[in-house]
Design a protein around this ligand. Structure first.
Ligand SMILES: [Zn+2]
Length: 66
């Protein structure tokens, strides 16, 4: 078997940004490790549960602080 280094598809881990090879045998794709995968899943779950609250007063630049 000829190793073709140039044909190895590389991706960046969405979680930590590490460059990893797109290995079909890697169950954690596209993450570098299962840990990163779980972290990302956790963030998704957190965001899913968290209702994005749009604060109407967030854009108030005209506060009467002084
Ligand atoms: Zn990672």
């Amino acid at each position: 078997m000829n190793a073709a280094p140039g044909k190895v598809r590389k991706v960046n881990c969405p979680q930590c940004g590490a460059v990893i090879a797109w290995d079909p045998g890697n169950p954690s794709r596209p993450f570098c490790s299962e840990r990163c995968r779980l972290i990302d899943l956790g963030q998704w779950a957190t965001e899913a549960y968290r209702i994005p609250q749009e604060r109407p007063d967030e854009g108030q630049a005209e506060t009467d602080e002084r």
